[in-house]
Design a protein around this ligand. Sequence first.
Ligand SMILES: [Mn+2]
Length: 316
Amino acid sequence: MTRRPAAAAYWPREPLKAAGAFIDGVFMGVQAPFEAARFLILPVPFERTTSYKKGTAKGPDKAIEGSCGVELWDEETRSQTYLAGIHTLKPVPVYPNEQAPTAFPKIEKAVEGWAALKDKTLYSIGGEHSITQALVPPYARRHPGLSILHFDAHADMRESFEGSPHNHACAAHPLAKLCPLVQVGIRSVAEEEAHYLNAGNVHTFFAHEHPDVGRLIPQVLDALTDTVYITIDLDGFDPSVIPGVGTPQPGGFTWREGLALFKAVIEAKNVVGVDVMELCPLQDNVISELAAAKLIYRMMGYQLAKTSGARDGSIF
Ligand SMILES: [Mn+2]
């Protein structure tokens, strides 16, 4: 039986709700001390350019709210993942109507230190997808062999859109200049960006060409390097799974297909950072924020299962 006693010492194992130990405004309602945390949550409520439907600025708060509907015991990894320590950081201070040229350096500077921590994985929650342009450079500097798994309905490879290279429709363009970019789930491409796909550093797996995710996964693993940053636009999932996104497209990943992909990547690669973007909460429907939170918690569970060596449900 594998345990992590250092983390387990911080919380009682009794149901925290009954003990009144849930804390508002932090992921999963439990806050580990920074030093003890295996996982960091960074809310990045930046939204400037979303073009179809506004609301991603509320994404981080809503995902944290949604996490309170996720059980602390994860039924798939059979783990009390939170006992490894999850620390929710203060949101990056971006202001209403702040522009990318001032917001992005702040985000990049904030992430620089956290990206360097070997014993912690940072999960950033957006916000619009352009934020990833500021999140990845610290990782690329730190890990020369880095590649990016880009899960998205959209190629996001425009050079600029509506006058800005920082538009969310351009999120991935500068990333491909930093390191290999492996796009999965793609099913919406503008003619002007089509020539960037499957060229140079960019490997694009179109949704219509890869309907069988079981067959797709080994190809994705082949295309990635050993060290991987995962950027997730929630619209990579089908809108029937996560309807609360700014620019939905039909024909996306089912919940289980998405999890199978992320599990395989986490097991096979060294995943050094993750972001989950474009949550655009709906009124009177909480499934999107709950699914976003459950996705993050499950991915943490996969990471933990790997590092603790447990495969038999014996972690925590
Ligand atoms: Mn997208």
